[in-house]
Design a protein around this ligand. Structure first.
Ligand code: UDP
Ligand code: MG
Length: 316
């Protein structure tokens, strides 16, 4: 019998965990595949871990990985994938925005031979107008700048077969990750399923504006080198403007014997320096990514696991 691994990242989700578990388990029990639910506790400091321990004690299909601190949603999904043993893996949020009722449809697609299933939301009631607009803009800019084509409104709700999961387990161990991006570039037999995102069942969104901005910048820099080329483009344009200015200055000097312009010098200096600093800043961002890669620090640190063997043991 085939098995599906459901991976759930949990960060301070005490208000929704029980609902999530009950509803998801109900759906999974009616599926024709065996299942495991791997909760990844991403350094929660509310009652989430105690609740997870209660669940794991009464249900041996549930597994728990606990991080030593908050490493972020992407790291949590990676850890879940690392420890998954199913023939198919589904990543989901704990707040029930990703409807568990779609799991049978995902399994159906696996049975049809699809290996990468991107879930694309058609509607997100919960997100306000601002979040919806910025999210659409983000995908537009990303698609403009990156050679990779992203589904608009791709979410962290996706499913991959074990062969694709193995690729993520062994390759793509970058420090700055954008899992949605990997799902687009690894190839395999791909299909898109559209879904309507539910409202968050309870609690608040854990993605602050700051986290979202960082996340978007990382995604852009990891999947595009266009910003680096900005230096060449703007350098060329400034050189052309500079050349025209030079001819003009020589002309006015020779023909009208005009006095040299102090204001012009200041304007040109300000323009040149701001341009230079912007370009140095962009190069700096890429160097920061290289620096993070070279340090090779762990993507996540596990404090304890429940009902799970360590990866080394399970490989033996
Ligand atoms: N999450 C996490 N670590 C974090 C932030 C969020 O594991 O640092 C989890 C969170 O518990 C939830 C999922 O990631 O299961 C999505 O987060 P959230 O619902 O807050 O994001 P939103 O849906 O508002 O974008
Ligand atoms: Mg959510």
């Amino acid at each position: 019998m085939k098995k599906i691994s459901v991976i759930v990242s949990v960060y301070n989700e005490e208000k929704v965990l029980n609902d999530f578990y009950i509803e998801t388990k109900n759906v999974l029990e009616q599926c024709c595949w065996d299942f495991e639910i791997i909760f990844v506790n991403d350094g929660s400091h509310d009652n989430s871990l105690a609740l997870l321990n209660e669940i794991v004690n009464k249900d041996n299909k549930v597994k728990v990985i606990s991080f030593s601190k908050n490493f972020g949603h992407e790291a949590a999904m990676i850890a879940g994938i690392d420890y998954s043993s199913g023939d198919g893996v589904v990543c989901m949020d704990a707040d029930l925005q990703h409807p568990p009722e779609l799991i049978p449809k995902i399994i159906e697609k696996f049975n049809e031979g699809y290996e990468v299933i991107s879930m694309v939301r058609t509607k997100n009631q919960d997100a306000g107008l601002l979040k919806n607009i910025t999210s659409t803009m983000f995908y537009k800019i990303l698609n403009m700048m990156s050679p990779v084509k992203f589904e608009n409104n791709a979410s962290d709700f996706f499913a991959i077969a074990s062969n694709a999961a193995n690729v993520l387990k062994k390759e793509y161990r970058e420090r700055m990750r954008f899992l949605r991006g990997y799902v687009q570039i690894i190839g395999f037999n791909k299909i898109v399923i559209e879904y309507e995102a539910n409202d968050r069942r309870a609690g608040e969104s854990k993605y602050s504006i700051k986290k979202l901005v960082n996340f978007s910048i990382n995604a852009l820099l990891s999947f595009s080198d266009l910003p680096l080329k900005l230096g060449i483009f703007s350098g060329l344009i400034v050189a052309i403007i500079g050349f025209i200015l030079m001819i003009y200055t020589i002309y006015t000097k020779l023909v009208y014997n005009a006095p040299s312009g102090y204001a012009t010098i200041i304007v040109v200096l300000c323009f040149m320096f701001s341009l230079m600093f912007i370009i140095i800043g962009i190069i700096g961002e890429y160097i920061a990514i290289i620096f993070a890669e070279i340090k090779n620090r762990p993507i996540y640190i596990i404090k304890e696991t429940k009902n799970l063997k360590s990866i080394d043991e399970s490989e033996e």
